[in-house]
Design a protein around this ligand. Structure first.
Ligand SMILES: Nc1ncnc2c1ncn2[C@@H]1O[C@H](COP(=O)(O)OP(=O)(O)OP(=O)(O)O)[C@@H](O)[C@H]1O
Length: 672
């Protein structure tokens, strides 16, 4: 927030000074001209804070969270700080999560009770869901001190010598930056672990210091080489005396950074406890917003308006469970509501538009979808957070393609020969859905391709839809134009799919498809196997000096035909698995891996690699489509034949039993 307020104020300073406004929330970090201009025009709220001259140190700057002083200059303070929770009961976080963190802290704070000091906790969850606030409140409750790591700025450790080193052609590019940041982090941990805080007057001198080391700001080097962090953690685990808490915020589409920094095996090895926070629930969010709005309205003597319930609800839905963003939007709204007369009318007209759209009764369908689709289609009116969609919901929006009938005379009728193409008004915007799924259009198409058939009831429609999917594929086939054509490709795929589904063309007659489980694309698995086979072939047959493609398509099939090709057991197994196309082992269709409603979209192949690999529990088997046998222990359960197939999929047939193949025996050959 400090950073935020320091750039917000200069940008608005002149405008505020000119308009005689003084109650914009940006006292923290004020600097320079704009600040003095804003101050000079202050008559009321600005005057509450002692005036500071340019260049004067800002000693009274409150820390965010519980350290902020409620009484001082709250008019100018960001409300997130003024109304920071002080007790666990005030937290907008689910009680169970708070208890979980509290129990862990209590268990690991007492150094004397066994050697638990060097234990590590990772808090994950979306940004602004109260992870830091929870830790601060609990630390205060348990009377312990938080020592937090912040990345030093480059200037701080750019001593003359290291600066000169960085220009040394022999030294690796940027090495001074990353290594010194990691070294500084290591030193911080060492010191935090070794030394207590200086005793200040008023501190209880006798009481042993209880301390939590907090890391929220990770040195960049750790993202490039997570191994560095893991080594430091191993050392800390052995020597640490106080609990170490990491806070990792999830990205919009998944928890990729926490998986990168704290992979499962490292968590197990170092007994790292992980607690995952959810976005703040709308009911808790409403409580927090109403409390703050009422308090602020009573404090401001009529200058701030209390937003009505509908507005608060809108703020809640626009914040996507981010309490910080919701409170900021509320503060912004309250100021605009009271002070900016011009802005007020602009906001009001925008709000009016969205609220009429949201409240407009729909002629067809139930209330809930109307509300949901309105929330998706309308951007939140007041400083709303980017609303992301979980992949599961995004796919549902396209596959279920909700429609609403046109009002009489709304659209011109199509000519008779085109009447079969008439469709009711679509309630989703496919491009927006893809954008909010935070996934590339190509990957999104893959998911559609895997799942669309279950949502169709006519084979002619399926044929048309598959043509659109092929067209989309074709549009992005040429690498030179791919980046330009990606958007078109996904539009053709999504809109083509939606249009082809004639059974869902009319809002009044949208056939009920019921709930259909969605699955991850089989392509992901094939691609993973393909890459693994390439790597294995390369390492096993390195002496042949062939490219991976030649190895797998020429050498290995050839060796498979020989009865005595190799002497190494690993090579023999690989040749048996990959070298020949066997139809022998497959009794039925694949069972695909289900897509959960919270599964993140896969942004790149590496994350897919990890994703499919870690979730696998099933034994290895063979792919009936390509004929490849997959001897990979980490095979996803999508490959297990014969298991419980979803009702939507054809059940295994017995015809494959006829495809019996004689066993291929490869004997070991010793050339010596
Ligand atoms: N009732 C409340 N519960 C939780 N936070 C609140 C509440 N009221 C105000 N806040 C403020 O909301 C903000 C919550 O952000 P917090 O830093 O805890 O989020 P976070 O999950 O750690 O996310 P990030 O990683 O982005 O910082 C804090 O500034 C906190 O002071």
């Amino acid at each position: 927030m400090t950073a935020l307020s320091s750039w917000v104020q200069p940008s608005f300073g002149e405008f505020l000074a000119g308009s005689g406004l003084n109650s914009v929330p940006s006292a923290k970090g004020l600097s320079g001209e704009s600040k003095s201009k804003a101050r000079s025009s202050s008559t009321d709220a600005g005057g509450k804070k002692p005036k500071k001259r340019k260049g004067e140190p800002q000693s009274s700057k409150p820390e965010p969270g519980i350290f902020s002083n409620k009484d001082q200059g709250s008019q100018d303070e960001p409300w997130v700080d003024v109304h920071a929770p002080q007790t666990p009961a005030e937290l907008a976080v689910h009680k169970k999560k708070v208890e979980e963190v509290e129990t862990w802290l209590k268990d690991h704070l007492d150094i004397k009770s066994g050697n638990k000091g060097g234990s590590v906790l990772v808090l994950t969850g979306p940004s602004g869901c109260g992870k830091t606030a929870t830790l601060h409140v609990l630390a205060k409750d348990l009377s312990c001190h938080i020592q937090e790591w912040t990345n030093p700025t480059t200037a701080e450790y750019r001593t003359d010598e290291s600066f000169r080193d960085s220009f040394d052609p022999a030294s690796r590019f940027n090495s001074f930056h990353s290594s010194s940041q990691t070294a500084a982090f290591q030193e911080f941990l060492l010191r935090a672990n070794k030394y207590n805080r200086l005793q200040m007057s008023g501190d209880d001198a006798g009481a042993p210091e209880r301390k939590i080391v907090l890391v929220e700001d990770f040195p960049n080097q750790f993202y490039r080489q997570p191994g560095c962090l893991h080594d430091i953690l191993r050392r800390y685990r052995r020597t640490g005396r106080c609990p170490l808490v990491f806070i990792v915020s999830d990205s919009l589409s998944g928890d990729t950074s926490s998986r990168l920094l704290f992979p499962k095996d490292v968590q197990e090895e170092l007994s790292i406890h992980s607690i995952s926070f959810n976005p703040v629930a709308p009911t808790s969010m409403m409580k927090v917003l109403s409390r703050i709005a009422t308090l602020e309205a009573s404090k401001s003597a009529g200058r701030n308006s209390v937003p009505d319930k509908a507005t608060l609800e809108q703020l809640c839905s626009g914040s996507s469970g981010d309490v910080r963003s919701a409170i900021n939007s509320l503060q912004f709204f309250s100021y605009t509501g009271a002070d900016f007369s011009l802005e007020q009318s602009l906001w009001a007209s925008k709000k009016g538009k969205s609220s009429t759209a949201a409240s407009k009764p729909r002629s067809k369908g139930r209330g809930r979808p109307a509300k949901a689709s309105a929330a998706l289609e309308e951007s939140p009116a007041i400083g709303g957070k980017d609303a992301s969609l979980f992949l599961f919901r995004a796919l549902g929006k396209i596959l279920y393609c909700k429609r609403e009938s046109y009002e009489e005379g709304d659209v011109p009728e199509l000519p008779a020969h085109l009447s079969e193409h008439h469709r009711d008004k679509l309630l989703v915007d496919p491009e927006l859905v893809i954008e909010r799924s935070h996934m590339s259009g190509e990957f999104f198409n893959l998911y559609l391709h895997q799942n669309y058939v279950d949502f169709f009831s006519d084979v002619e429609d399926v044929a048309r839809a598959s043509e659109y999917l092929s067209d989309a594929d074709f549009l992005t086939a040429e690498w030179t134009s791919r980046s330009t054509m990606l958007g078109y490709g996904s539009s053709v795929a999504t809109r083509g799919l939606i249009h082809s589904n004639a059974a869902r063309a009319q809002a009044a007659h949208q056939s009920s498809v019921g709930f259909k489980p969605l699955h991850k694309p089989h392509w992901l698995h094939i691609n993973k196997t393909f890459r693994e086979n390439y790597l294995t072939a390369q390492s096993l047959f390195i002496s042949f000096c062939l490219t991976p493609v030649s190895l797998v398509t020429e050498l290995v099939p050839y060796l498979a035909k020989l009865s005595n090709p190799m002497r190494n057991q690993a090579q023999i197994t690989f040749i048996q698995d990959v070298g020949h196309l066997s139809l022998r082992r497959f009794p039925g269709r694949l069972q695909l891996e289900a897509l959960g409603d919270k599964d993140p979209g896969l942004l790149d192949l590496d994350s897919d690699h990890e994703d499919t690999g870690t979730k696998s529990t099933e034994p290895s088997t063979q792919n009936p489509l390509s004929g490849e046998t997959i001897a990979v222990p980490t095979l996803p359960n999508s490959q297990e034949p014969g298991g419980d197939l979803p009702a939507s999929q054809p059940q295994p047939t017995t015809s494959q039993a006829l495809l019996d193949d004689e066993d291929l025996l490869i004997e070991e050959y010793d050339s010596d």
